[in-house]
Design a protein around this ligand. Sequence first.
Ligand SMILES: CC(C)(COP(=O)(O)OP(=O)(O)OC[C@H]1O[C@@H](n2cnc3c(N)ncnc32)[C@H](O)[C@@H]1OP(=O)(O)O)[C@@H](O)C(=O)NCCC(=O)NCCS
Length: 314
Amino acid sequence: MEILDLRHFSSADLRPLLDDETRAWASLLSWDYNGSAEMILRYVDAKILPGYAAIERGRIFGYSFFVYEGSKGVVGDLFVANGGRLANPREVEIRLLTHVIETLQQSPGIHRVEAQLLAHETGSVARPFLDQGFQRHARLFMVLPLINSVAQSPTKHPEIEIRRWTEADYQPAAAVITAAYRGHVDAQINDQYHTLAGSLRFLNNIVRFPGCGLFDIESSFAAVDRKAKNLIGLILCSRVRGDVGHVTQVCVLPEYRSRGLGESLLAATSANLRKRGFTMMSLTVTEANAGAVALYRRLNFESKRVFDAFVWQG
Ligand SMILES: CC(C)(COP(=O)(O)OP(=O)(O)OC[C@H]1O[C@@H](n2cnc3c(N)ncnc32)[C@H](O)[C@@H]1OP(=O)(O)O)[C@@H](O)C(=O)NCCC(=O)NCCS
């Protein structure tokens, strides 16, 4: 087995592996990976996707790629086919990750590396990260079935309006996100939350790029203080499969918390998805974010998988 630079290959070389990966995401996460796969293949053909491929007898059977975002490197994905031919697919995953981590840590100007491996069970590929001084945060992938389940009626808040998300909400939403995650464990995992510019980049990625499903404006909402007229909370949802919505962001300003607004935002999204025939709603949450985990459990979300987020600060 050889590990080679991904930029030596074309989309035709990588497509069979991505077809396998698409099947894996569908069964593990009820997630249609086709949109992401097509984007990856376009970047591969343009020879601009940094990463590594595991090769045996001329065939790619594993890959991992990363992206640079300013002075940060983000591990984009890791996948090794397990069609029964490999004696030890985990070892291949670890070798690919070791190369990716080494490359990123040695890249000039890169001071931070982040990775979230949604399709990998917690602990399964932790070794190369921990060996290189990364911090690890356990995260839950949670789902709420929308059929044969009863919609809960949330608290009413006469002073707050919950209305559909609009383009004009971008800037104020970035300010709400920055304030909502100040001192929060998720700001250790994703440093975009630290600044207004970073939160805007986060929003831009969610709303404009298909990396995390297709942004679904109809099931995304803003909470507005009727008197002060300012945005105080939001929920964003993307379509990750024809009938599955994934909450990519939910937050409420600290001074408006614990009065049922988080619950109402989640109820607005789930009611909209139900009405449109979606069968499931999913989200991810850091295990240490105990209040949010408790809220989701109370709303009948079930934890389906535990995966890891890794962070290295040089
Ligand atoms: C998670 C978050 C969105 C929840 O928002 P919220 O408006 O506080 O949520 P709710 O008020 O609906 O529920 C929170 C708590 O308030 C309690 N509560 C709800 N309505 C209440 C009311 N009328 N009176 C008193 N308490 C109430 C709930 O029991 C709940 O307590 P619990 O978490 O111990 O079960 C908010 O804490 C937040 O923005 N956190 C930072 C960002 C974040 O972590 N987002 C989630 C990432 S996955």
